[in-house]
Design a protein around this ligand. Structure first.
Ligand code: ADP
Length: 153
């Protein structure tokens, strides 16, 4: 065993781990929900990012910083829908069940974000595609995987 083959063995092992094996449950609210309700959901579900849907399909993402930014702005939190402040499609970075966790982690780093919705693409009508949200991959997913690998589990 040389150092090099050990390292390639480790990276080969890491590349076998799929999003499907590691995804967690997504927290989702509808685009018409108030900012207030979305903030309450964020606290109750203990997450840093919420995925937003319209008609059941992914329409945006809202994070802690989005709420803070708009709290300063003086919006009416009870009346304003979360759709007004979210980051909107098509600017959402996503992952799929078949991608590797390494590919997902690269997206987190490249886009400087904390989480990715795991999506399934569906055809809604002629030529129109939409995403169903079926999971999430977060920085915690990656940290937990790192710990499991280190502890050899
Ligand atoms: P935080 O608010 O804790 O800094 P992020 O770093 O994840 O959380 O979010 C930074 C910005 O990127 C926010 O405006 C958020 O809406 C946006 N964002 C978060 N996740 C995604 C994603 N998967 N695709 C596109 N934009 C995202």
């Amino acid at each position: 065993y040389t150092g090099k083959t050990t390292l390639s063995f480790i990276s080969e092992k890491i590349r076998e781990i799929k999003v499907a094996d590691r995804k967690s449950v997504p927290i989702v609210v509808d685009e018409e929900s108030s900012i207030y309700d979305a903030i309450v959901t964020m606290f109750l579900e203990d997450v840093g990012t919420i995925y937003v849907t319209s008609g059941g399909y992914l329409s945006g993402v809202v994070s802690r910083k989005d709420f803070l930014k708009n709290a300063i702005g003086g919006l009416d939190l009870y009346k304003t829908p979360v759709g007004v402040i979210m980051t909107r499609m098509p600017n959402i970075v996503v992952t799929t069940l078949g991608e590797t966790v390494l590919e997902a982690a690269n997206k987190l780093i490249d886009h400087e974000i904390d989480s990715l919705p795991v999506v399934e693409e569906v055809s809604i009508k002629e030529g129109e595609k939409a995403y169903k949200v079926i999971g999430r991959i977060t920085k915690t997913t990656i940290t937990r995987l790192f710990v499991d690998l280190g502890n050899n589990e």
